[in-house]
Design a protein around this ligand. Structure first.
Ligand SMILES: Cc1cc2nc3c(=O)[nH]c(=O)nc-3n(C[C@H](O)[C@H](O)[C@H](O)COP(=O)(O)O)c2cc1C
Length: 149
């Protein structure tokens, strides 16, 4: 059973809803979740963690949601060694934004990889146009993901 920190990037609540749903549905299976969405996070909070799940929307023109920018900036500036960390990414986006589809999730994936963290499974990308139930898609993916941890 895993202790998982979900790092949420959201502006209108979809990614938060997904994170809350995963926590509610998977906690009874014995996994423990903390959800971080406060925006004042710094990279030190990853030092004591073993597993993180980034769950982020993309906003603007392929930008991170505002609440995730301080944390991303903190990681980019400090460039900590995250080789102790395993991670997964759920990226929420919209194919209408063809050139920047799921960019925030993709960028966070790249950053964690550059810092030495080990990705577990493939990144899930959820298209708001074709996937009206992001929480259900995410749960299906996450059930397999936690088995790989
Ligand atoms: C103003 C605006 C800009 C957006 N820009 C992008 C984008 O560049 N790429 C993308 O894949 N999705 C984009 N989206 C779609 C959101 O990522 C998608 O609707 C997501 O589900 C929102 O999640 P949230 O409620 O957690 O913020 C944009 C949405 C809005 C409202």
């Amino acid at each position: 059973m895993a202790e998982i920190l979900i790092i949420v990037g959201t502006e209108s609540g979809n990614a938060q809803m997904v994170a809350d749903y995963l926590s509610d549905e998977l906690s009874p299976l014995g996994h423990a979740f903390d959800i971080m969405n406060d925006g004042d996070a710094d990279e030190a909070r990853l030092a004591e963690r073993g597993v993180v799940l980034v769950c982020t929307a993309t906003h603007g023109d392929g930008e991170l949601p505002d609440n995730l920018i301080p944390f991303h900036d903190s990681l980019t500036a400090a460039r900590p060694d995250l080789s102790h960390l395993r991670y997964g990414v759920i990226a929420l986006g919209d194919q209408t934004y063809a050139d920047t589809f799921c960019n925030a999730g993709r960028n966070f994936d790249t950053l964690l990889n550059e810092l030495g963290a080990q990705k577990v499974g493939e990144r899930l990308e959820i298209d708001a146009c074709t996937q009206p139930l992001p929480d259900e898609d995410a749960l299906e993916w996450a059930k397999e993901w936690v088995e790989m941890l």
